[in-house]
Structures are given as structure tokens and as C-alpha cells.
Design a protein around this ligand. Structure first.
Ligand code: AMP
Length: 410
């Protein structure tokens, strides 16, 4: 079967999915797998389309010391046991910098460009690029497509894209990029199917997972995001701080003597729900806990989402719909209900039964804005974008660059 392999590389894990396709444009998920514990206690796990386990195998750290090795292990297992004919590989790449507003087929030049954005996403970008490099060496004939978390937001106005710092920093790439774009693109596409009239209006999508952000969409296009230059801004997340006065960073460095690396570790790994509760970064644990700090962490999360709903509604000049997605947004009826309470002033009213049942539409008849809980699927989005680009390339004779101008100043 012809297939697209989708790779999503994190700091110590490699998630992979295989989608078969048959020429009719449909994609069917065939394999969903991951290698966790890369370099420490590697383990390959995968399930098939019926969710039945296909493999559960542990490796020694020396056999899978890094992401290139993990890519080889996943590739070898797929080749030996699954018999797909890979047409292309789609990669999640967190940062497309100012240049990439669309997915792009990666060649050596593109890869070098993407390596330039490592300082903009030091924890993610090197990991995203490592499997691309590894596959270039092992399977040079295989088309590889980079799909960016930033791309969906590249149409932002200069106002939304700037910080109020001297323009030279903007010119070198210090911009409000926004992330989770693959999720927003998928969910806004689903909203077009579910409620086309509403999807063409003023919509906020809240991607609430271990990483969390909110996006304001007008006529299906992103116009504002709670995330900016890095994936630290905006909402508090599992372990990331969210919006913080830059003066706090200065205080940590000048008064507490912390190094840049220590501040980075603090802001990315020790803050958010974990930092506030002192218990866990997982909303499920916090909901179960009787601890006052667990309750406070959840109150804070809900409060900040409410505040940003106001900000994004202001950017849109009103609101027609609010959509929940990702781990917390899709699965926690309680957190959804608490957030909708904060949206009461916008006229939001929940259908309690629909919310508890986990239905797609969760607003009551009387609600002045439509409320939805829509599962996201970033990997399917990557597979679609990859197939589209490879298909389009075949038709158009390849080579048309999808780069846009680096300039977006007023
Ligand atoms: P994601 O990053 O989208 O996979 O989301 C992961 C997060 O979703 C976890 O850290 C949990 O906090 C949250 N989550 C998953 N399932 C539930 C649930 N049933 N109730 C509350 N939170 C959940």
C-alpha cells in the first residue's frame, strides 16, 4: 500500500504514524507508534488501525542513544514488519521562522535555512530536524516535507506580529510567531464541515493540552495568537509559565544570580500547573486532588483562559464561536464548563448534558455564541499537507518555492 509516514520528534521521544492512501484522496491511519525514553530507556510501541498492539519492545540506551537512531529503529521495524511503500515523509517542525508560510519539500538548502531557526526554538527545532537529516542519509530518494507550527499564523498583521522593541530586532526575526498552527488548521477545517456559516465568522480556538494556546480566527484565518516568539507566552501550561513580566526574568538573573540555562529550565519545565500546584502538570491529577494548591492551579488556568478570551474577542471585534480542543479541551467536561462560565459576559451558555456526553456542539439553544469540543489531529493534518504538496509537485513539475517574503513591516 502507498503510504505517508508522519514524524513528530520531541526532546526524548519520536512519535510516528503511517497513513495509507489509494488515489481517491482519502488517508487511512494504519500505524500509530512512538519510541519513548530515547537515550535512557528506549521502548518502541505501536498499534494498528483497530488499536490492537503491533509491537512493544525495549532497547538498551546504547542502541537508541538519540533521535537519528530512533528514526532508524522505527524505519527498520516498519520496513521489516509492515510492508508499506513509502511515498513521502511529513515532519512536524515547530519553527518556520519568518520565511515559511506553507509546508515545503526539504532539500539541503531548506534544511540549512531551518537550522538557522534553532536559536528561536532551542528545545524543539534541533529535535525536529534530526530525523530529517537521518533520513536524508539513509533514504535520499524519499521526499520529505516540513510542516510548521508557525505557518498558519504567518498572515498576521504587522500589529499582531510585532513587539514594541526597536525594529532591527523584528528584522532579524524577533516576532510574535504563534504556534500549534497544525492543530488550528485541522480544527478550523473540521469546523467548516460541522458548521460552515459559523466557521466563516469570528472564532476562538483553545488548544488546551500539555502545551496550551488560543487562536483568534476571522473567516478561517488566524489573526491573533496567545503565543509569540517562543512557546512560553500566553496561557500557563503543564510546565511552562505563560505570560510573565520580562522584569521577572531580569530579577532572576540580577538578584538571584541564575544563569540563562537555569532560567530556561525553570520557565519551560518547572512552572505552569506544575509550579503553581507543586503536585503535577497533569490536569487529571489536579482534578482528583484535595490540595488547595491543586485547586489554585486550576483556578489560575481557567482565569487566564477567560482573560485571553476577552483579549482575542477584542482582536476580532466580537465573537461567534469558541472551540475547545487537545487533551484537556477534548476530555475534561469540568474544565470546559468552568471556562464557559467565564465566557458568560460574551453570552456563552453551556448545554450541560451535551458537554458531559462529550458531544461536538456543547452550547445551549439560548447561547449567543456557539460552543464546540472538536478533537484535533495534527498528524492527519501533516499527512494531508504532505500528500497535497507531493501531489501538487508532480502535477506542476516541482520546484516552485513556497517561501514568502521575509519582510512584513508596516
Ligand atoms: P495533549 O498535550 O494534547 O496530549 O494533552 C495532554 C494533557 O491533557 C495531559 O497532560 C492532561 O493534563 C490532559 N488530559 C488528558 N486527558 C484528560 C482528562 N480526561 N481530563 C483532564 N485532562 C486530561
Amino acid at each position: 500500500m502507498d503510504a505517508i509516514l508522519v514524524l513528530n520528534a520531541g526532546s526524548s521521544s519520536l512519535k510516528f504514524q503511517v497513513f495509507g492512501f489509494d488515489g481517491s484522496g482519502g488517508l487511512q491511519r494504519q500505524v500509530k507508534g512512538q519510541i519513548d525514553g530515547v537515550g535512557t530507556s528506549p521502548r518502541l510501541l505501536a498499534i494498528g488501525p483497530d488499536k490492537k498492539p503491533l509491537v512493544d519492545q525495549a532497547y538498551s540506551p546504547g542502541d537508541v542513544p538519540d533521535l537519528p537512531a530512533a528514526t532508524n529503529v522505527a524505519g527498520t521495524w516498519l520496513r521489516k514488519t509492515q510492508g508499506f511503500k513509502l511515498t513521502a515523509v511529513g515532519h512536524r517542525v515547530v519553527h518556520g521562522g519568518p520565511d515559511y508560510a506553507e509546508p515545503i519539500q526539504v532539500d539541503e538548502d531548506v534544511l540549512r535555512n531551518l537550522e538557522r531557526y534553532v536559536p528561536l526554538a532551542p528545545l524543539h527545532q534541533p529535535n525536529n530536524l534530526a530525523p530529517i537529516r537521518a533520513l536524508f542519509e539513509r533514504r535520499p530518494e524519499l521526499p520529505q516535507v516540513a510542516c510548521f507550527d508557525t505557518a498558519f499564523h504567518r498572515g498576521h498583521s504587522a500589529l499582531a506580529d510585532h513587539y514594541a522593541i526597536p525594529e532591527r530586532f523584528y528584522a532579524e526575526g524577533v516576532r510574535r510567531y504563534g504556534f500549534h498552527g497544525l492543530s488550528y488548521e485541522y480544527v478550523s477545517g473540521r469546523l467548516r464541515e460541522i458548521a460552515p456559516n459559523i466557521a466563516s465568522g469570528r472564532v476562538i480556538i483553545a488548544h488546551l493540552g500539555s502545551g496550551a494556546s488560543m487562536c483568534a480566527l476571522s473567516e478561517g484565518r488566524s489573526v491573533e495568537s496567545t503565543l509569540g516568539f517562543t512557546a512560553l507566552d500566553g496561557l500557563p501550561m503543564g510546565t511552562r509559565c505563560g505570560q510573565i513580566d520580562p522584569g521577572v526574568i531580569l530579577y532572576l538573573i540580577t538578584e538571584k544570580g541564575m544563569t540563562a540555562a537555569q532560567v530556561q529550565d525553570l520557565l519551560y519545565r518547572e512552572c505552569g500547573l506544575k509550579g503553581l500546584s507543586g503536585i503535577s502538570n497533569d490536569v487529571r491529577d489536579l482534578l482528583k486532588s484535595d490540595d488547595a494548591y491543586a485547586a489554585f492551579a486550576l483556578d489560575y488556568f481557567v482565569y487566564r483562559i477567560g482573560l485571553y478570551a476577552g483579549t482575542l474577542a477584542a482582536a476580532l471585534g466580537g465573537l461567534d464561536a469558541f472551540v475547545f480542543t487537545a487533551g484537556i479541551g477534548e476530555n475534561s467536561a469540568e474544565i470546559r464548563a468552568r471556562i464557559v462560565e467565564k465566557l458568560g459576559w460574551l453570552g456563552a451558555e453551556l448545554d450541560q448534558a451535551a458537554n458531559t456526553a462529550g458531544e461536538l456542539v456543547i452550547s445551549s439553544e439560548a447561547s449567543r455564541i456557539a460552543l464546540f469540543a472538536v478533537p484535533t489531529d495534527e498528524e492527519l493534518m501533516i499527512a494531508r499537507l504532505t500528500l497535497e504538496l507531493i501531489g501538487a509537485d508532480k502535477k506542476d513539475g516541482l520546484g516552485e518555492s513556497t517561501r514568502i517574503s521575509a519582510e512584513r513591516s508596516p
